[in-house]
Write a protein that binds this ligand. Structure first.
Ligand code: PBE
Length: 292
């Protein structure tokens, strides 16, 4: 009997905890654990989200994870129709896979539309003039980058092979190649760094395939945290980085390292960061995350 009572008590406890997770005092749906699902701690969007928590007076915590884990949490919440709010950005394949919306940001903490830039270490104009020309031409519209990201997300095997398959149906790289590109690299090594963010992975592996297959370079790819990537470029330990978000998201990195970094111009226009929820979450603004 005692055992049964204990069992009943613990079951009641489990149900009570489960109820707290998904409902508030008024039994309205709410975000599990009062949490915003974040990504890697060094990302600009994490800094912006902490500012938003302060400026809007949100009683929520920002959980660090990574881009891929954020997407997994998003897909699980959507499968259960639970409320979830994530640090989100576009271009990203999650908008093609799920019905999502950015929460309005009346205080403008997350900035406006911005651009993704290709940046490089000092000296690339002298050392790699053909690559500078290539990267100055390197530019995606939203549909093309979306298609490449989708291929990487859904494809199996190495990203570089997925990039090669994708190139068989998408020949925009022909417009990027400089005059006399064939084997201009002559086996020389080029170091390209990237962060674990979907759009940068897609662009970086595509560039690597083109540089190796058409221009004859040997491309050395390294994934690292954003702070490490910016400092590696500034110190000349890496040659190129294709995923610098300007003017807002990576502003603080550019303030620290900008003098030692060359900006080769934008490769994507119309990028955006913010707080993102599934469309069934019936709030519209970051202000609605404040509970009365
Ligand atoms: N992101 C993707 C990055 C830039 C690229 C939005 C996650 C960031 O927040 O730093």
């Amino acid at each position: 009997m005692k055992k049964l009572l204990a069992l009943l008590l613990s079951l009641t406890f489990v149900f009570a905890v489960a109820a707290c997770d998904t409902t508030d005092d008024n039994d309205e749906p709410w975000f599990i654990d009062n949490e915003i699902v974040g990504i890697d701690p060094g990302a600009g969007i994490m800094e912006a989200t902490n500012t938003a928590i302060e400026e809007y007076g949100l009683d929520m915590t920002l959980e660090a994870s990574s881009g891929p884990i954020m997407v997994t949490e998003l897909s699980q919440a959507i499968a259960n129709e639970e409320w979830i709010v994530v640090t989100g950005w576009e271009p990203h394949y999650k908008f093609a896979d799920y019905d999502l919306k950015f929460l309005e940001d009346p205080k403008g903490i997350f900035g406006d539309v911005e651009q993704i830039h290709t940046v490089a270490r000092n000296g690339v104009h002298d050392d790699f003039p053909e690559l500078v020309e290539f990267f100055e031409n390197f530019f995606f519209d939203s549909e093309t980058l979306g298609s490449l990201m989708g291929a990487m997300n859904e494809g199996e095997g190495d990203n570089i092979d997925i990039a090669r398959d994708w190139m068989a149906d998408n020949d925009l790289y022909l417009d990027w190649l400089p005059e006399g590109y064939e084997n201009v690299g002559d086996g020389e090594t080029v170091a390209i760094d990237y962060v674990n963010w979907a759009e940068g992975i897609a662009m970086t592996y595509l560039a690597a395939a083109i540089l190796e297959d058409y221009m004859g370079y040997d491309v050395d790819l390294t994934m690292a945290d954003p702070g490490i990537v910016f400092s590696a470029i500034a110190q000349g330990d890496a040659d190129f980085f294709l995923d610098a978000w300007l003017p807002v998201t990576h502003q603080s990195f550019m303030e620290t390292y900008g003098d030692d970094i060359e900006d080769l111009g934008l490769n994507f226009d119309g990028a955006r960061i913010g707080l993102v929820v599934p469309t069934y979450v019936d709030i519209d603004s970051i202000e609605d995350l404040v509970r009365d």
